[in-house]
Structure formats: C-alpha cells, structure tokens
Ligand binder design. Structure first.
Ligand SMILES: *Cc1c(COP(=O)(O)O)cnc(C)c1O
Length: 729
C-alpha cells in the first residue's frame, strides 16, 4: 500500500532520549545514530569554524510540507513542527563567505550520499554581521538578531539522564599560571536532511551562552571571526578545537577520522597528542626524550587527521604570539605546540597552519592550481598535498525555473540524485525544444533578479526621506522611473567577500576606457555587485566605498548605457538569485590568490557562463572557451606571485585584458538576444562543468581519504561519482 502524503509527514516525528526531532523517520534516525555510535568508530567528524545556512535556500522538509500539508487529526507536536518549518526563519548566521558555504554544501552531499559523518562547529549568538550600505559612509555593520530556538531543523540536545535539562559538556580552559577552569557548553544540533528525507548529517553547534560560562569566553565566541584582539581570536579557535572531543564523547561517538576544514580547529590535534602522552605515561621511563615522545604521539594522531587548506592568503592562517597563547593552554599543550607549531620565520609565534600541515595523514588543496601554489608555499610538505577541487551542492544552487526544464528531458533523468547525469546535456545541444526551454527559463530568472533590483532601488528611494542612510545606489537618487533596469539588457554579476585580492574594482580601473568601449559598441550593460568586507578589513571596505563612488560617473560617461548596482546584505538568497539571473558571472581575483572560488560554479550549474581570470577552479572549468571567457595574466606561479600588496595586484595588465575582451562578449550577446552562442555556452557548462564541480563528486574524492567501511552498493555509487573526475592529475 502506498502511504498517503499525510502519513508520510506524520512518520517524520522522532522521539528520542536526546530530544524530539522532525524530518526523518524513526528508522532513519536510528540507523544514522547507530552508525555514528558504532564501537569501531566507522565515521568521520567534519570540523569547521563556519557552516553556511543563512538563509538556507534549500530545505527538503519545508518543500515536502508545501506539497503535502499535514491534515486531519494531528498531534500538537506535529502542528508545532509543521508551522515552524513553513514559517520559521531559515537562518543560522554562522558563515562569512566561501568556506562556510562550502562546508554547508559538503554536508548536504554527505547526507544525500548517506555517509557516516557528523559535523562540529560553534554557535554564534551575534552571527557574523548584517551589512547596511550608505553611499557616503560605505559599509556599516550591524549585529544580527536571531534566536536559535526559532529556527526549524535546529534542536537543543537534552540530557538523556535528565530529559528536562539540556545536555551540558565541559571543556577545560586555562588562564594565567595554569589556572584551570571548566567551561560548560550546551549543544544545538542542526539536522542536515538528505534530499529525499532518508538520511541526515548531524551538525553540532557548541553554544557557550550559559550563566556559568565566564563572561570573557561568552563574549569571545559570540561573533564569528571577531578580530578585536588576538586574544579573542585565540579563544574562539581554542573553544572550537577543544570542544570537539567532549561533545562527541558525550554522545558516545569516537570517530576514526577527523577532517579539519581549514586549520581553525587544529587545537584538537594538541588534545589528542596530550592524551596519547598521558596514556603512554608508563613508557616515559623507557628512555625516550620528551620531544621524541611528542613526535611519536603526533605520528599516531596524524593517522586520524585529514586536513584541507583553503587559501594562500596570509589572513587565512592563524598565528598567535607564544606569550599570549601559553596563557590559555595547559603546559602539556604548550609543550606540543612548541614542537609542532613552530614557525622558523616567526620564532616568537605559534603557526597553526604549520601544526595542521605536520599532523595529518592526508592534506589537500581545493583546486589543481592551488595545489601547485601550496607546494611552493610549503615545500617541506609538498609530497603529501594533493588536490581535491571544490564543488557546490547542485540541488541548492540550480534555480527552480532551470530545474523544471531539466525535469522534462529524459536525457537528464535522475539528475537530482546523480549530477553526473548532466554529461548527457551535450546530446541536447541540437534539440530545439531544450534550447528554447533553457532560454525561457533563463529569461524568467533574469526577470526575477531585475524585478528584485528595481524594487530595491525604489524602496531605498522612499526610505531616503525617512532615514539617515544615503541609498547605496545612484539610481535610487534619480526619481525618474525611466531609470528602471530592463531584464533584456546584458547583465554581469559579481558577488563575493570584499577582500583586496579579489579586486572588485578591477574592471573600473580605467573608467574612461570602459565607458568609451561601451559607447562605441552602443550596447547597454548592467553590472550587479554584492559582497561584504570583514568589519576590520579597512582596505576591503575602501574598495566597496570606491565602487559606490563610481556609479554616477559610469552612468553619465556611458550616456546611461552602463549601470553599476550594489545589492547590500549579500547572503545565500541573493547569491542564488544572482547566479541564475545574470547573463555572465565575473571573477577577477589576482592569480593565483583565489584558491578555488565557488560562486562561479553556482553560475555554471545554471548554465551561466563565466568571465574570469585563469585562477582557482576556472583553470579546470574553462574548456578552451566553450564554457565562457578568460582574461588577464597567466604567467607561471612563482613564490613572488603570492604578494598581496596593492602594487603587485596587476590592475593595469588585467583590466586592459578585460577591455580587449569586452566588445566580443557584448557583440556575442546582442547579435541575437541571448544568442545561439550563449545557449551553446550554457549547454556546455551543463555538460562539462556540472558533472565535475558538484559536491557529490567532491564527497567521493574525500571518501578515498576517509578510510570508511561502507556497504558494497554504496561503494559502487560513490565510485561512480569519483570516476567523473580526478582532481589530482
Ligand atoms: C558562494 C558564496 C560565497 C563564496 O563565493 P566565492 O566565489 O567562493 O568567493 C560567499 N558568500 C555567499 C553568500 C555565497 O553564496
């Protein structure tokens, strides 16, 4: 008998000693929990400072409730979860950019592929920051107001012994003179449910917001990447790294493998090493020096760690003054750091990247080019660094309009479960119906984006009279409704963190030249930008402010043909609208400082071509021009290429290259509205890039480093994804 939809949704309520959960059946819950708590430790703990979900544009549970609402006699509990999932804020503000979005996408694919993985991160009561933008002041940061208890899919774990209380874990912490404190934390669990609700990945978010937590710790961990002082930064890293084992052990989980998504949680390694030393205490009398014992223990611990390095940029690597750091760690931990975190260039500091590089069984970069860069940056470890190119979660990033098209062609059958299916898109290249459906879906997505922008411009225009904020767009200050943007105008998108190496202002380097080209071509163009700068990154904030200052000049000098729009508050929702609504996605970092970049992959998922510097993933995704355009410097990678100073950022060379390219792109677009060449590029993105730059394929490559025992059919499925690509050639 086929269960009715209501029966299906009703069976999604799980009553467990850790709490009541909604979204999978009791059977699924137990299957996942049993595999994670298996005594052999056949699971992976994925550790990340950030996990993107704000607002989560992907929610299989809410989607199901929309098509099959609960009806009839249902319990109070069901009613509670039903309205929470439909109406609650899909918001966990715990990411700043690509690293967190990648973590979220990765865990979604782990769930879809049914891998035994549990994630650990922190819960930030003040989130990262909310961005308001004023045309004169630039970026203004505001505290994010959010309440974990209101978020659907996020659960405060209960103490199994005393179900009326939350489960509390205790994390040792030290202050000056080795004074030990026991810091309590509670655990929120986000259930990352698979696309057809038959599996989930638990994501544990440690929350220090308890009355007993010392105020300085509570405040240090309340905001992601708070950089007010080195001490705050150190405490944040410390609470993540030292919280992992207590949290997992409280749940009876002892993974054989820990995957460090960046080095932020590497304090875990010092703890594991200290434990080994403690356990082997008896052997200390056998004559080995203390240093040798530490090295032996480190070798053992290394067998448990997989480490992904994400950036060659200095700000991405934590270094702390030895003096400062020894104040907050135990003497055993200090001994370990003295040996394993030493930095010959900065002997007075602990270097956490060095520590992570030394203590792992497998280290990987996030693209092929980035592998070559890390080999140059870390010659001592080059032999063990391989490439696993990043991906994105296709079900999260493909727009609804595009999805509807993919659903109707048998060549793409099963694309939701298996993104490898998109290889068949090449067979649709000459299918007139597919081409026109794709074209129409693209038009619909562009219309949504342009409508959003026009509404925003109008809203800012109205608010101008009521608030002290000067609207971030010049177009809002012209009251003429003729300035409304049109969806058939060639629209280029750019959105990412405003770090200086990403050069958001590159294509405006010679504004006169840019305007001359556009006027000579006679074609209109919308340039839509979004992104946040870290609140302490003054140069990054200046680039943002500088962009705003160009809007009027650009508009006037191009006779109104070119408009630069800034959308404040970049988040996943804006990202999804942009990557599907624009006609081309711009990426202009200084090569080779963009280790991978993922927003361009999201565009490719929607069949939107990239215009990009040959950096990060684009070196692998460019396919001789069939999927988009390249521009800029392409020289060999030298150690000097890693220079981040303004003079070394190659503004002149790379912007000139862009100006040479631009007329070709404009002509190709306008030769016929969304011309054949554009649809060709779109289809080639689907067929060449979607099968590669997705997180299912990436998960399959990680699985080869994870050392898990899986069932045969699952091994076969994952081998299928792994066969789609080899990152490390
Ligand atoms: C994808 C994404 C990013 C990362 O984009 P990159 O191209 O890797 O810099 C950052 N923020 C949001 C909201 C995203 O969706």
């Amino acid at each position: 008998m086929i269960a009715t939809s209501t029966q299906l949704t009703e069976s999604l309520l799980v009553t467990h000693k850790l709490g009541n959960f909604f979204g999978v059946s009791r059977k699924v819950f137990e299957q996942v929990w049993n595999s994670l708590t298996h005594p052999e430790g056949n699971c992976v703990a994925y550790i990340s400072m950030e996990i993107g979900a704000d607002p989560d544009v992907y929610s299989p549970i809410a989607d199901l409730l929309k098509v099959s609402p609960l009806a009839g006699q249902i319990s109070e509990q069901h009613r509670f979860f039903d309205s929470k999932f439909r109406e609650g804020p899909q918001k966990i503000p715990n990411y700043s950019g690509g690293l967190g979005i990648l973590a979220g996408d990765t865990l979604k694919s782990f769930a879809d592929c049914h891998l035994p993985v549990i994630a650990v991160s922190l819960l930030y009561r003040k989130g990262y920051f909310a961005q308001v933008v004023d045309s004169n002041l630039g970026q203004i940061s505001q505290v994010v107001d959010w309440h974990p208890e209101e978020v659907p899919g996020l659960y405060l774990l209960k103490d199994p012994e005393k179900p009326e209380r939350p489960l509390i874990i205790e994390i040792p912490f030290f202050t000056r003179n080795q004074k030990e404190h026991i810091v309590p934390a509670q655990i929120w669990m986000k259930m990352e449910v698979s696309h057809n609700l038959d599996y989930f990945i638990p994501e544990l978010l440690l929350d220090f917001d308890l009355p007993e937590t010392p105020a300085f710790i509570k405040s240090a961990v309340s905001q992601l990447y708070n950089a007010e002082s080195s001490m705050i930064k150190a405490i944040q890293r410390r609470m993540l790294g030292a919280g992992i084992l207590p949290a997992l052990r409280a749940l009876g989980i002892s993974p054989k493998t820990f995957h460090l998504n960046e080095q932020h949680g590497v304090v875990l390694a010092t703890q594991l090493i200290a434990e080994q030393l403690h356990n082997n205490y008896i052997e200390q009398t056998t004559g080995k020096s203390y240093k040798d014992q530490i090295l032996t223990a480190a070798n053992d611990v290394a067998k448990m760690l997989v480490y992904t390095i994400h950036t060659p940029v200095k700000a991405g690597h934590d270094r702390f003054s030895k003096l400062l750091y020894s104040e907050i760690c135990s003497s055993a931990c200090k001994d370990v750091l003295d040996i394993l975190a030493q930095d010959d260039e900065h002997p007075e500091e602990y270097n956490f990247t060095n520590m992570a590089m030394r203590v792992n069984r497998s280290a990987n970069s996030v693209s092929r080019l980035h592998r070559d860069v890390t080999h140059k940056q870390f010659p001592d470890f080059a032999h063990k660094i391989s490439a696993i190119t990043n991906g994105v979660h296709h079900l999260t990033w493909i727009s609804e309009n595009r999805s509807s098209v993919f659903d109707t062609f048998p060549e793409l059958e099963n694309w939701r479960s298996n993104p490898g299916v998109f290889r068949n898109a090449a067979r649709l290249k000459n299918n007139a119906t597919f081409r026109s459906d794709l074209y129409n879906a693209w038009k619909k997505d562009s219309a949504i984006l342009i409508q959003y922008i026009n509404t925003m411009l109008k809203k800012h225009r109205l608010q101008m009279a009521e608030t002290w904020i000067d609207p971030p767009n010049f177009l809002s200050t012209i009251s003429d409704s003729a300035t409304e943007l049109q969806p058939d105008v060639f629209t280029v998108g750019f959105a990412r963190r405003f770090s200086t190496y990403k050069r958001a202002d590159l294509i405006f380097h010679d504004l006169d030249m840019l305007c001359r080209i556009i006027v000579d071509c006679g074609y209109p163009i919308n340039l839509v930008f979004a992104g946040k700068a870290h609140p302490a990154d003054e140069p990054g904030k200046n680039v943002l402010k500088y962009l705003l200052s160009l809007q009027q000049k650009l508009h006037e000098k191009s006779n109104g043909l070119a408009n630069l729009i800034f959308i404040p508050g970049y988040d996943m929702e804006v990202a999804k609208m942009l990557v599907s609504g624009v006609h081309a996605w711009l990426n202009c970092p200084k090569r080779p400082l963009e280790a991978s970049g993922t927003s361009g992959m999201k565009a490719a998922m929607n069949g939107v071509p990239n215009i990009s510097i040959m950096d990060g993933w684009w070196v692998e995704g460019y396919h001789n021009g069939s999927t988009g355009w390249k521009f800029g410097h392409e020289g060999p990678i030298e150690s000097s290429s890693l220079n981040e100073s303004r003079e070394e950022l190659l503004y002149f060379e790379d912007s000139s290259s862009f100006y040479t390219l631009l007329p070709n792109v404009l002509t190709e677009f306008y030769s016929a509205e969304l011309s054949n060449d554009f649809i060709d590029k779109s289809i080639m993105n689907l067929s060449l890039n979607v099968p590669i730059f997705n997180t299912h394929r990436m998960a399959a490559e990680y699985l080869q480093r994870y050392d898990l025992v899986l069932q045969e059919h699952q091994m076969a499925e994952m081998a299928g994804y792994a066969k789609l690509y080899s990152s490390d050639i």
